[in-house]
Design a protein around this ligand. Structure first.
Ligand code: 13P
Ligand code: SF4
Length: 309
């Protein structure tokens, strides 16, 4: 393992590359990353870096976002088949239909969408700024929110405003049950529950804090409590224990595991830097249409900002 890490570090220097990793990535990938963080923090980094190559350790929509924001850089996605289960290819046609049926509505798309959906959107959001993005829109306009109905419901509650919500969702967060949260609370009665807004509303109602992965990490770090139940993908446990070694963290369910996020390996990162493949290139016409929606989002201050390490 040490040989591969050495090789990665050498190649990274040669290629003038930066390694970005989402906090759901395997531990050994987060360890070698230059920056790790949530989707919003990673988009900020991708937009601002002066590296020539971005090695994106995450899933495809995140690498596409990096390429949209930094088209002059080479974006590598070591795990070429890492997708997000929140949407299928059908989403582009369905959003096009919604656009036609509601010509005056504004479309807010979660960054967990393909570039073709961002290209039809007025503004993007991440889990860290969904409420701030919705709050920034004129109140007399109808707003379509795609694709995560749970995040949409969370933004609705925060902003006191109705949205037309597309009925998509994350199977990992969306399948977490009230019983699992109640069982964890019964087992660890002192612990605070920190939850991602991709979980269902009835579960969010049981949480002490709801926010993006960066928000969860920040809350655990700054809150005086020393025991927490974590209701998001298990990868965040690495950063939580790194930052707060004296505190206790319990994953709410062993099912909180995103297989796509675990497809990155050290070998794949090394090979990507060696061969400069697989690259993610968003076609220029789609890129030009989607960059505005992302830049509008980046201009809005959310609940948390970049949480780079
Ligand atoms: P963050 O916005 O917290 O990075 O979450 C992204 C994601 O895919 C959650 O499942
Ligand atoms: Fe997509 Fe869910 Fe995996 Fe996040 S955890 S990347 S929303 S499937």
């Amino acid at each position: 393992m040490e040989d591969i890490i050495e090789e990665i570090m050498r190649l990274k220097k040669e290629r003038k590359a930066i390694i970005l990793a989402h906090v759901y990535q395997p531990e050994e990938i987060q360890e070698i990353a230059d920056f790790s963080g949530d989707s919003f923090g990673l988009s900020q980094k991708a937009a601002a870096t002066d590296a020539e190559v971005i090695v994106f350790c995450g899933v495809r929509f995140m690498a596409e976002t990096a390429n949209i924001l930094s088209p002059d850089k080479v974006t590598l996605l070591p795990a070429v088949d890492a997708g997000c289960q929140m949407f299928t290819d059908a989403i582009t046609g369905e959003v096009r239909k919604a656009r036609a049926e509601h010509p005056d509505a504004l479309i807010v798309s979660y960054v967990n969408t393909p570039a073709s959906v961002k290209a039809m959107s007025d503004i993007c959001c991440t889990s860290s700024n969904a409420a701030a993005v919705v709050a920034s829109l004129p109140r007399d306009k109808e707003v379509i929110f795609v694709p995560d109905a749970n995040l949409g419901a969370w933004a609705e509650e925060q902003c006191g405003r109705k949205l037309l919500k597309w009925q998509g969702g994350c199977p990992i967060h969306g399948n977490l049950t009230v019983e699992e949260i109640q069982a964890a609370k019964a087992r660890y009665p002192q612990a605070l529950v920190l939850m991602h807004p991709e979980c269902r509303a009835e579960l969010c109602a049981l949480a002490d804090y709801v926010g993006s992965t960066s928000g969860i990490i920040k809350f655990a770090e700054t809150n005086p409590a020393d025991e927490f139940i974590i209701a998001t993908e298990e990868g965040v446990m690495y950063e939580l224990t790194e930052r707060c070694p004296q505190k206790k963290f319990h994953l709410a369910s062993r099912r909180l595991l995103c297989v796509n996020m675990k497809k990155t390996t050290l070998e794949k990162v090394r090979d990507a830097l060696l061969t400069m493949e697989p690259q993610v290139v968003v076609p220029e016409d789609i890129r030009l249409k989607s960059v505005a929606a992302l830049e509008r989002m980046l201009a809005i201050k959310g609940e948390t900002s970049c949480n780079v390490i």
